[in-house]
Design a binder for this molecule. Structure first.
Ligand code: GLP
Length: 249
């Protein structure tokens, strides 16, 4: 089995292993800040529940963490319930002791004329924080990472992107009674690859085919997640359902 692939019996154990790595990072910073890059989506919900449990029951502290979120829909009304800022507040930020000024997420309500500068400033903020030490990622059904849809290359940086129709359709239920956003602001593949360590969490049988494509297929922009294989310190964290099409490895 590949050294950078961990397969767990179920999603809870996969999330628990990623929680262990985050806890290790939070406990090892000694006076500095632990700079985390975090994703949204269905997949990391059990991860955040486990981190919140450890905060409440085991004194895991986020006081020395800085969090940069991976992506956000655009355009989005401020504090829109279907947005990723609301998701992060609900699942993590409002539940732990992360200082309010240490949580960063692209602004889905940024006016169109300011988006380019906003994206550049987001990248600068990451660099100023010392770079992302640990970046957790999910995997989109079409091979996207963050909102880097197929066609996003290894040099892509934080920017406004068009979402693939399948992506808009998949997440439309988060925007009941309204037109779902058709664009997003995302860290680019280059920004993701600049993180010192990557953990890609992939669970569920509906991710088995794309996990196989990302891990075993050709490396290229057709499947942006495959580009993560170029990183020197990436670990793919799968449950057995997501790993079911990998065959012998
Ligand atoms: C979404 C998010 C990604 C996320 C991915 C997987 O579109 N932009 O950051 O990792 O798709 O989502 P899920 O875990 O819900 O399958």
């Amino acid at each position: 089995m590949d050294a950078n692939l961990r397969v767990f019996p179920d999603a809870a154990q996969a999330a628990g292993w990623v929680a262990d790595r985050i806890a290790d990072k939070l406990r090892s910073v000694e006076g500095r800040r632990a700079v985390l890059g975090l994703p949204t989506g269905r997949t990391p919900v059990p991860l955040y529940a486990e981190l919140v449990r450890r905060h409440r029951e085991e004194e895991l502290s986020f006081a020395r963490a800085t969090v940069f979120n991976l992506d956000e829909y655009w355009p989005l009304a401020p504090a829109a319930p279907g947005g990723f800022a609301a998701y992060m507040r609900k699942h993590l930020v409002d539940q732990v002791d992360l200082p309010a000024d240490q949580f960063f997420i692209p602004d889905g309500a940024c006016p169109a004329e300011d988006v380019e500068e906003h994206c550049a400033a987001y990248r600068r903020a990451i660099v100023d924080a010392g770079g992302i030490g640990l970046q957790v990622l999910g995997l989109g059904n079409n091979g996207h990472v963050g909102f880097n849809e197929p066609g996003s290359g290894p040099g892509s940086v934080t920017r406004l992107v068009d979402l693939a129709p399948a992506t808009v359709e998949r997440y439309a239920h988060d925007f009941p009674g309204q037109e779902p956003p058709s664009k997003g602001i995302t860290l680019g593949v280059a920004d993701i690859l600049a993180a010192r360590r990557l953990l890609v969490l992939v669970t569920g049988s509906d991710k088995a085919a794309v996990a196989e494509r990302a891990l075993k297929g050709e490396v290229g922009a057709d499947c942006p997640a495959s580009l993560l294989r170029e990183h020197a310190a990436v670990t793919w964290v799968l449950d057995e359902a997501a790993a079911s099409e990998l065959g012998r490895c």
